[in-house]
Design a protein around this ligand. Structure first.
Ligand SMILES: [Zn+2]
Length: 400
């Protein structure tokens, strides 16, 4: 939008006439807008025919229509003449006309919002990001909008895409890629259309190449797998296995929610006369490295890989895994192991490496190793009867 204001070239008669036409059309748009706003303020003729929310939506969509008209006009003026001056720049005219209409409709405000913004008017917009690169097929992204001042009375937003064939944007600012190209998504304040912010959107073709990030290779076409700061998430669930390692410096300690869930679980077990303790919780990359190397020296690498994770691949490094009571086969078949298998899902845990699933999880049966997922996921996984790898359709295999 600011681009229009920067253009300063000599005028010609047709352009001036065009500018006058622009003013007239913008004024017409403003008048429609004003009428809509004024009619909205009147009580509904028939009580109960229109809820406040519906009225609000009507007003917003009307405002959107007016702005859309002005924008289309701006584009036409730009492409047909490519010459305009600061005073007659169509963009400036239309936005001021709208500002005036909006201000007049909402209060007895001065005519020019640019010089004397009424109290409560939005004067600035900031976004959490101003550019984004998306692939066709990606899920929508949405920048978070902050309008200032904080006490502005009307913080409603209008979202527009400069090219809907490239990316669309909905009324909340959710940007969806459509086809390769570039466009600009603009958010404008309803109370002060002179205030706006832009997101440069670059859309690339569908992501069919596997992406490699710090050792994790995301299979092609898996838009539900994200690697953020080297950590892999599937549908938002952090994954650490033989295919998906953690960065060496990921060092979160034992997760507070996981610990609280364990305490709740241990209290429940205690009521049945069973004692649960954490024999190993969080393990750092360096601790795992020492542990794994020791097992390799003792048992050989092939054997060690069946029960001990290579550094970076241990689920204990997530801070979300625990070994209960005793990490060894003598825990199998104890009353505690039985209770854990039957009940841990109720507290947000799953038995991560069940019996008979070594070829899928990459680890032999560990009755003592639980993974915290939160109660929604643990119930889902438990009821599915599947391992995490099966449920999410992912591998657990070392690359080499
Ligand atoms: Zn473990």
């Amino acid at each position: 939008m600011a681009v229009h204001h920067k253009r300063k070239k000599k005028q010609s008669v047709p352009v001036v006439m065009f500018g006058v036409l622009a003013l007239a059309l913008a004024a017409l748009g403003a008048a429609i807008f004003l009428l809509v706003r004024l009619s909205r303020k009147e009580p509904a003729a028939v009580p109960g025919t229109m809820t406040p929310q519906v009225a609000e939506q009507t007003a917003v969509s009307s405002a959107t229509e007016v702005t859309a008209t002005a924008t289309v006009f701006t584009a036409t003026a730009d492409s047909s003449t490519a010459v305009s001056s600061e005073s007659t720049a169509p963009g400036a005219v239309s936005s001021e006309a709208l500002t005036t209409a909006s201000a007049a409709a909402s209060s007895a405000a001065p005519a020019s919002a640019a010089t004397t913004a009424p109290a409560g008017t939005v004067t600035g917009i900031t976004l959490t990001f101003y550019s984004t690169v998306l692939h066709v097929g990606d899920k929508p992204v949405m920048p978070i909008v902050t309008m200032s001042p904080a006490n502005a009375s009307n913080k409603q937003e209008i979202w527009q895409s400069s090219n809907k064939a490239v990316a669309t944007v909905d009324s909340l600012g959710s940007i969806t890629p459509v086809a390769p190209g570039e466009c600009t998504v603009t958010v404008t304040s309803v109370s002060n259309p002179a205030v706006s912010a832009e997101v440069k959107v670059t859309v690339k073709g569908a992501d069919t190449q596997p992406q490699t990030t710090e050792g994790s290779t995301v299979p092609a076409g898996r838009s539900d797998i994200q690697v953020i700061n080297g950590i892999t998430y599937v549908q938002g669930v952090m994954i650490a296995n033989k295919s998906y390692p953690l960065p060496a410096d990921y060092n979160p300690g034992l997760d507070a929610n996981a610990l609280a869930a364990f305490n709740e679980m241990a209290a429940a077990a205690s009521k049945e006369g069973l004692k649960l303790t954490i024999c190993s919780g969080f393990r750092s990359y360096d601790v795992q490295k020492t542990l794994y190397n020791n097992y390799c020296n003792r048992d050989g690498k092939a054997a060690a890989d069946r029960f001990s994770a290579r550094p970076g691949h241990s689920e204990h490094q997530t801070g979300l895994a625990m070994d209960i009571n005793y990490a060894g086969d003598s825990f199998n078949n104890t009353p505690e192991a039985k209770w854990l298998a039957d009940n841990c899902w109720k507290y947000g845990f799953i038995i991560r490496y069940p019996e008979g699933k070594e070829s899928i999880t990459g680890y032999k049966y560990e009755s003592w190793h639980v993974r915290y997922l939160g109660k929604d996921w643990s119930k889902t996984i438990y009821e599915s009867g599947l391992t995490l790898e099966e449920y999410f359709g992912i591998d657990s295999k070392y690359a080499g």
